[in-house]
Design a protein around this ligand. Structure first.
Ligand SMILES: C[S@@+](CC[C@H](N)C(=O)[O-])C[C@H]1O[C@@H](n2cnc3c(N)ncnc32)[C@H](O)[C@@H]1O
Length: 250
């Protein structure tokens, strides 16, 4: 087994990923790819990376732990060992696509979703690689949709949906201009301009909006938008580095 370690930007990743069927892992600012056979000269030249022989059980040796939220939902990558959570979600990210479950905003959204009794539809607006949509589907929300403007995120989200054996429709959509999908619960872990459009679009079919992707300074304006649509803040969470997550309900 060989490991190729290299550094580079997203443009380099876009070029070399098709040549690395096993994908890459991001680790401390560097990328690592693994292969049972020696990497091609093209890949080595493109990346300028270092190749070394590693033990065949590298996956076991490198396994991380994933994260468990509320003792109920475990989120991990395919390379992590299984969690002991009753509901486990396995997601992979790739290139610039957001969302391995490791970001505090994603985890706070899951924590807030766990406070709701599943009943009705869910829409993950700015779904990245589909983590929140998959969690919602596993919790019992249906139907579930997810949209993101980044095509590679939706490509990976589709793989993640299949990997987790859930029914979630994902599609490329730019929420700055396209119609906003509505549902009983909206999961909106996205920047303020997306919240502005979502708040302007919500109607009586929407009961809850889980809001994140914003920091303390951005909260008043975002909340104002949803309050104008008839929602009130029901629950809030925050991190030391100022990320905010809220549940607004009506
Ligand atoms: C903070 S990430 C959250 C991803 C995922 N929901 C999660 O929690 O793991 C924000 C996501 O919103 C997406 N996004 C930002 N602006 C958008 C827009 N105008 N239309 C659609 N997606 C957008 C980004 O591409 C990114 O995937």
């Amino acid at each position: 087994m060989y490991r190729l370690t290299f550094t580079g930007d997203e443009d380099l990743l876009d070029v070399v990923l098709p040549l690395l069927p096993g994908g890459v892992r991001e680790d401390s600012g560097a990328y690592a790819a693994y292969s049972g056979a020696m990497f091609s000269e093209a890949v080595r030249e493109l990346t300028g990376g270092v190749v070394e022989a590693v033990p065949a059980d590298w996956k076991l040796r490198q396994m991380g732990a994933g994260v468990v939220i509320g003792g109920v939902v475990g989120i991990r990558s395919p390379f992590d060992r299984e969690t002991d959570a009753p509901i486990e979600v396995v997601v992979e990210r790739r290139g610039s696509a957001f969302g391995s479950g490791s970001h505090p905003t994603t985890q706070m959204c899951v924590a807030l979703l766990l406070e709701l009794e599943p009943g009705g539809s869910a829409a993950d607006l700015g779904c990245g690689v589909g983590t929140l949509a998959i969690v919602a589907a596993k919790l019992g929300w249906a139907p579930v949709v997810g949209v993101d403007r980044v095509p590679v995120a939706i490509e990976v989200a589709r793989e993640n949906v299949e990997r987790n054996g859930v029914s979630v429709e994902v599609a490329v959509s730019d929420l700055a201009v396209d119609d906003i999908p509505l549902a009983t619960v909206l999961l909106v872990n996205a920047p303020p301009p997306v919240h502005e459009r979502v708040a302007a679009a919500v109607d009586a079919s929407v009961r809850h909006v889980i809001v994140s992707g914003i920091v303390t300074d951005e909260m008043p304006d975002v909340v104002k938008g949803y309050e104008a649509a008839g929602f009130i803040v029901a629950q809030g969470l925050g991190t030391e580095d100022e990320w905010i997550a809220l549940r607004l309900s009506c």
